[in-house]
Design a protein around this ligand. Structure first.
Ligand code: AGP
Length: 609
């Protein structure tokens, strides 16, 4: 989604804002712009396309000041043109505004501004309405004008504004879209996301919903909607800028794939005691609360939802609780049956996904307790949940999620075992066996990464295919869905995943000799069934690459090609096999010349509905 950076200080606003926006490129965007305030004037430059175009434009000019706001836009209303890029200006040209989110009632506001106030609009965006409204209400106090304007806006949004009449300050406001602020040696900063500020400080102010922030060169002041001053302590961010840089890798995605053994070790290390037993001290449930859970809804989007599908199998098997997995966008509007004995488990890397956040609120309204598995500390989902379990994946920058997924899986294993131990549905021995297996997961992933040359060869052979499908059974279905999503989002190849048993109920009609199937066969109790499915597909001339465990001799005869993952317990296979699929998608996308870290049309955190 859109990225916002604002700076008020004594240094070069151009430099500070552009470098902040650069750190937010991973969010995905299609145009960029900047507005500076200098000697009673607004200097505004915008370009469609990548930040380089904007940098090239302002680089050669004496375009600079010590206060300003910048923006990278991910188009929702109106094409990604220069006219639609932010900042947008009020009609009198005194106020510039950047915006992240969606204004749902912008059509009616726009009509009113045109018909009753003679406002001339220059863009097709919903965002320009905000600038025009603030301009309309401006009577010498930007804070007052913003407070009045936001009362009329409906939707989820964060905004930042500067005004020629008040050249010392940036005023920002958030409602259901992320916003943070900080004070560093160079001055005051605001931004939509943490990486934009990490070069300057790791101590940040988290801005809450409905708050107004005033940023100057030496202060960050936070107020609630009634203008009561809020005293906020700063949050220290555990990761530093190095964690958010490529460090020699060609793409963030590759760096993040390779970080998986380390971050899984870290997630485990924090939750096991010296004797290697579960120690989930950060999971503040009482035993009675865990015992009273009757039903779990896992609610998440995209990759996080796939992790939830594996989580369902684990929670049902080890904790003996019935689980349903739902897409957040469906759950929030579905009138789900939820009560005080329901646990809603939200999974979100960013903790800012609008659909998941709204599903969480809906669940709480209906009396459920909410536990969230989140990667970003202090994010909205984390803050609004009753219990939070942090994955220790560090910043995930590539749009395609990799290390967040595998650490979400590890978190789900730990939670399922913890609940199972307390509910008496899993023995100490069984839990110990699984923990031992989990501890081996990092080295098994290392072994898969060690076979990169083999994976690259698969990619080279198949990257021109236009149809690549994935089938599996049991938790291999979730892995198949995640594998297919990885391929789709970064290579743009037509792909889907299906439970192997479903093939003959319709989809088998799609099989022709140009279709490549990945057959996931890591679940021992379903192995024979899977072999039969492979035969079915082969009989219809599909090409088949199987993914199986080392030492499996039968599969080599059935499939055209096989990729072997290390021999491991069935439960652990989803963590290991997905790394093969991440690397396959990566190399296919690279051979196809795709923008791997920022695929077209996608954004890292989806803060709009
Ligand atoms: C995965 O590669 C994605 N780009 C996407 O599906 C993502 O997992 C989804 O948007 C959910 O994001 P979240 O985990 O930040 O809530």
């Amino acid at each position: 989604m859109c990225g916002i950076v604002g700076y008020a200080g004594s240094g070069s606003a151009k430099k500070m804002i552009l470098s902040g926006l650069k750190s937010l490129e991973y969010r995905g965007y299609d145009s960029a712009g900047i507005a500076l305030v200098r000697r009673g004037k607004l200097l505004v430059r915008k370009e469609s396309g990548k930040l380089e175009a904007l940098e090239a434009k302002v680089g050669s000019e004496s375009f600079d000041a010590s206060i300003g706001i910048g923006h990278t836009r991910w188009a929702t209303h109106g094409a990604p043109t220069r006219e639609n890029a932010h900042p947008h200006l009020s009609q009198d040209g005194r106020i510039a505004v950047v915006h992240n989110g969606i204004i749902e009632n912008y059509m009616e506001l726009k009509q009113d501004l045109i018909e009753n106030h003679g406002v001339l609009f220059l863009s097709e965006t919903d965002s320009e309405v905000i600038a025009q409204l603030i301009g309309l209400y401006y009577e010498g106090d930007l804070v007052a004008a913003i407070r009045r304007a936001v009362k009329e806006l409906r939707g989820a949004y964060a905004i930042a504004a500067v005004c020629t009449e008040e050249p010392e300050r940036i005023v920002a406001f958030r409602r259901d879209a992320p916003m943070i602020a900080a004070l560093c040696e160079e001055g005051g900063l605001i931004a939509s996301d943490i990486p934009a500020l990490l070069k300057y400080t790791r101590d940040i102010y988290l801005i809450e919903n409905g708050e107004i922030v005033v940023v100057t060169r030496d202060a960050v002041q936070i107020f609630d909607e009634e203008m009561t001053r809020m005293h906020r302590t700063r949050t220290h961010i555990a990761w530093d800028i190095a964690a958010a840089e490529k460090r020699g890798y060609e793409h963030f995605m590759m760096k993040e794939i390779c970080e998986q053994p380390g971050v899984i070790r870290e997630t485990l290390l924090q939750r096991l005691d010296d004797k290697g037993e579960l120690a989930l001290d950060d999971l503040a449930f009482t035993k009675a609360e865990i015992g009273a859970i009757e039903h779990v809804y896992i609610v998440a989007c995209g990759t996080a939802n796939h992790a939830g599908r594996v989580g369902k199998q684990l929670l049902e098997r080890y904790a003996g609780i019935p689980v349903e997995v739902e897409l957040s966008s469906e759950f929030r509007y579905r009138n789900p049956i939820v009560n005080g004995r329901t646990l809603v488990l939200c999974i979100s890397q960013s903790g800012e996904t609008s659909d998941t956040l709204e599903a969480l609120r809906e669940a709480k309204k209906r009396g459920a307790r909410v536990l969230s598995i989140v990667n970003v500390e202090g994010s909205s989902v984390a803050r609004e949940s009753d219990f939070v379990f942090y994955t220790s994946a560090g910043p995930e920058i590539a749009v395609a999620s990799t290390k967040a997924y595998t650490t979400q899986l590890v978190s789900l294993y730990l939670i399922a075992l913890h609940f199972g131990r307390i509910r008496g549905t899993v023995t100490r021995a069984e839990s110990g066996r699984l923990i031992q297996e989990l501890k081996r997961a990092p080295e098994m992933i290392e072994a898969v990464i060690g076979k990169e040359a083999e994976i690259k060869a698969f990619a080279k052979k198949h990257y021109k295919k236009e149809k690549i499908y994935y089938v599996g059974r049991g938790s291999d279905v979730a892995s198949a869905e995640e594998a297919s999503l990885k391929l789709k989002e970064i290579s743009y190849i037509n792909s889907f995943a299906i439970a192997a048993g479903e093939l003959k109920h319709g989809t088998i009609a799609l099989i022709t000799r140009d279709v490549l199937f990945f057959a996931l066969a890591t679940q021992s109790y379903l192995y024979d069934k899977m072999l039969s499915n492979i035969e079915e597909m082969k009989a219809r001339q599909a090409q088949i690459i199987a993914v199986a465990k080392e030492g499996d001799m039968r599969i080599a005869e059935a499939a055209d090609e096989v990729f072997f993952i290390p021999d491991c317990a069935d439960e652990i296979a989803p963590i290991v096999e997905i790394v093969f699929f991440q690397l396959f998608a990566y190399h296919v996308a690279k051979l196809r010349g795709r923008d791997i870290d920022q695929p077209r049309n996608l954004a890292k955190s989806v803060t709009v509905e």
